[in-house]
Design a protein around this ligand. Structure first.
Ligand SMILES: [Zn+2]
Ligand SMILES: [Zn+2]
Length: 430
């Protein structure tokens, strides 16, 4: 796809350059450091540029105002310009407005980025959209110091501030929240038993089992009778399906239908049989890991004309990897609910609003001493590092590390289709 865009644009560039052939070099917005400022015909060598350089590494982007990947480069070039002011020069030349500039740099396609070190020596060229993290990574790889590499080291928490001392029989196996005695749900296998906070977490659990058979699983499930507090088989209970103030479904189970009807008078909702409840609960799925999710809890993910969901912020990035498509994500700040918008292009971040947004990668140390993802419930995006810090302050048992949103995307883009198929599946998620 990238090649096609670049190739199609190349025709336009070559055409535009050919049209203006013979004209005097057009004015360009390069500084004296750029070859465009040298006399026509002067060789494009390192020394010529070095003589007039301000002794800063330079990133030169040659593009055009109307080319789509070029437009997507524009905001991140602005960010680099601001963040690395005094450390690196960032320039843009519109080769449709200044076709001679394009010729002098010998580019054939747009956008093209040229990396010059502080001596003015060209070190690297890239053709096509190039993400901010990739640009910063390339400077590092080239061994060119552009100063205090933002994003900073970020927050790392390898040991909990205070240990989680909650008894295991009070914590949900899926979401790790405290179990409400009124909605306690139990899955009893032959060898193991899982405690869940609610029927909803059962459906998340069910959708996290690779190749699960609903009939085989649900005979193991007990829910709590709202009226008596005792455990009853989930499949034969009446389920009062209502809604809370946030629009999230609420599920109350009843052994006795008359008791359910009585509760319905005070707390409106519909009485559902298990089969109907199951189909409702499994209707909305994460477009990356396929887990059941409530839209109210999820990230919005748009791909093409389809609107889907990511069950967590990191899963929402994974949709780009799973579908091999550009996506637009609307995530909520884990602390304040403020909107964070991410657009991707060719598996890289094309735009991020606000630009200060960061990600938390919740991780836990396994018995083998290796760090692994702590699961979808322990991930989040935040509009800035300060919000993340506040969120962590309220979660002293949480461990993991701050990463960039670009890293959250890159972590997903490097997954193989086999790894994606196993993503978030119980016992498979690494
Ligand atoms: Zn739960
Ligand atoms: Zn997911």
């Amino acid at each position: 796809m990238k090649l096609l865009i670049v190739a199609a644009l190349a025709v336009a560039v070559v055409g535009a350059v050919a049209l203006k052939k013979g004209k005097a070099p057009a004015e360009s917005n390069t500084t004296a450091a750029g070859p465009a400022a040298r006399a026509p015909g002067e060789s494009h060598d390192a020394k010529g540029a070095a003589a007039s350089t301000a002794r800063l590494p330079k990133l030169l982007d040659l593009g055009a105002g109307k080319c789509i990947p070029c437009k997507m480069m524009a905001p991140l070039l602005e960010e680099l310009k601001k963040e690395y002011a005094g450390k690196m020069t960032v320039e843009f030349i519109d080769v449709w407005q200044n076709p001679d500039a394009g010729k002098q740099y010998g580019i054939e396609m747009i956008p093209t980025q040229i990396f010059y070190d502080a001596e003015g020596k060209e070190r690297f060229r890239h053709v096509g959209f190039y993400g901010k993290e990739d640009i910063l990574g390339k400077w590092k790889e080239l061994g060119v110091d552009i100063g205090g590499s933002k994003p900073s080291a970020g927050i790392v928490r390898e040991t909990p501030v205070t240990a989680d001392t909650r008894p295991r029989d009070s914590v949900c196996f899926m979401c790790d929240d405290a179990v409400n005695a009124k909605t306690k749900t139990l899955v009893k296998g032959q060898t193991e038993q899982h405690l869940l906070c609610s029927p909803h977490c059962y459906f998340i659990y069910f959708s996290s089992i690779a190749g699960a058979d609903p009939k085989a699983e649900e005979v193991k499930v007990s829910v709590t009778d709202w009226a008596s507090g005792s455990l009853i088989p989930a499949t034969s209970a009446s389920h009062l399906y209502g809604m809370d103030a946030q629009g999230r479904p609420t599920i109350k189970a009843f052994a006795d239908k008359a008791a359910a009807v009585k509760e319905q008078q005070i707390s409106p909702g519909n009485l559902l049989a298990w089969d109907v409840l199951r189909s409702k609960e499994l209707a909305t799925r994460c477009a990356f890991c396929d887990r059941a999710v409530y839209p109210e809890d999820a990230c919005g993910v748009k791909f093409g004309t389809t609107h889907g969901h990511g069950c967590c912020t990191h899963c929402s990035m994974g949709v780009a990897a799973r579908l091999k498509q550009d996506i637009e994500v609307e995530a909520k700040d884990g602390l304040t609910g403020e909107l964070i918008r991410v657009k991707t292009l060719d598996g890289q971040i094309a735009s991020l609003e606000p630009a200060t947004a960061v990600a938390w990668f919740g991780q836990k140390k396994g018995p083998d001493g290796k760090w692994a993802s702590a699961g979808c419930f322990k991930q989040g995006f935040f509009v800035n590092e300060a919000n993340l810090q506040k969120w962590l302050d309220a979660r002293p048992a949480m461990t993991g590390r701050q990463i960039t949103i670009a890293q959250a995307l890159a972590d997903k883009m490097k997954l193989t289709p086999e790894q994606i198929a196993k993503a978030c599946k119980l016992g498979e998620c690494k």
